[in-house]
Design a binder for this molecule. Sequence first.
Ligand SMILES: [Zn+2]
Length: 189
Amino acid sequence: MEEKKQIEAIEEIVRRNLEVIGEDTNREGLLKTPHRVARSMLALTSGYNQDPVQVLNSAKFAETSNKMVIVKDIEFYSLCEHHILPFFGKAHIAYIPNGYIVGLSKIPRVVNVFSHRLQVQERLTREICQCIQDTLNARGVMVVLEAQHLCMQMRGVEKQGAITVTREYTGDFAEDPALRQEFFDMIRS
Ligand SMILES: [Zn+2]
């Protein structure tokens, strides 16, 4: 669907939604709200239109080093697919090259592509890990995500500040617990 049509369709739904909860959609503060929500929703789900494999391939270089590369403290923001509420936190990523390295800025960009889709934290972690593994044919990849979920904090159990930690690993990281430990030591230092 073209963007203009998407925006109009979401505006209509948001307007109706506001009416259902008892709001007056004609009051000044809400007049442009449906439009803002529509644009915001499209921006926050822009990852559907981006190809993370292409992001990595655009800066993939032959390299003989086979030492662990770590990019840590990557801020991310995503939307949980169960409540369409934000979850956000930090991603830490390591890979062990196997003939190829990737431009370092591409790692956060891959996180960005996958996080700008409706997600659950577990799948987000796995998709990032698998994408880097497959595209770089790495000796191993490990991804740790630490996140707060507003659907937990604003409603339901209301556990303020609880952090959910997920991890995925492949290849050498799966075979060697010492490598996983080295990664954990690095992200905590
Ligand atoms: Zn949720």
